[in-house]
Design a protein around this ligand. Sequence first.
Ligand code: KIV
Length: 278
Amino acid sequence: MHKRKTVAGIKGMKKAGEKITMLTAYDAAMAAMLAEADVDVLLVGDSLGMVVLGYDSTVPVTMDEMIHHASAVRRGAPAAFVVGDMPFGSYQSGKRDAILNGGRFLKEAGCDAVKLEGGLEVCTTVTALVQAGIAVIGHIGLTPQTATQLGGYKVQGRDVESAHKLVEEARALEKAGAFALVLECLPDELGRILTEEISIPTIGIGAGVHCDGQVLVTHDLLGMFDTFIPSFVKSYCKLAPTIKDAVAEYNREVRSGTYPDKEHSFSSESNLRELLGS
Ligand code: KIV
């Protein structure tokens, strides 16, 4: 088992020039595999909604759904650093709701920290959470919960004005007490600038190689979708065709009566039929 990470340890990785790996997890089995593979941080992302629950955006995901899955991740990976993603509507209504919901991730699901999307508008909430004892990761750039306001799922910070705004937001979130910052879908040069501008680690997703760490949706990394795959995603294997082939073979064997064979069946007294008198 790998040693459990801490907030200080994760911040220290930036100072030591060690890259941080973060991946999403939504269930115990996957969390156990990722932890065994020595992933630094497991994110129970609200991407849960699209990846696992079949919603067409992250907006409908509820706190109860997040807690349900974050608890499973914690049970699967007892020693991992687990981050719960605050879903849409769980923190926008004020500091009190943010603390109550952020607190649920720690108390009910055993998370180590929470993540929330937004820039200047969430800074007072971030401070309130940190003062309440809840460690926070910020998330700027493309923020999927408000993607429609950003003109859809597209690269942010391409012009000077929006790049400048992102620099301001990164500085403000650091000052507000966030201990790390997710940067989503930015030009890699802006990823480099933001990483140099702040002393807390940046964790990029589509934000280039200069970030202090990287995060991906695990199902994307494993090639479990063969429909839409964002261009920044590298699929390290292609599980979708492997799974479909395995299931097709199972279908064939069940339908032809070749599964289960002797090797996959339990034996009994050879004269069981006689003994039962049937
Ligand atoms: O919900 C999620 O999976 C995320 C990551 C993609 C950063 O927020």
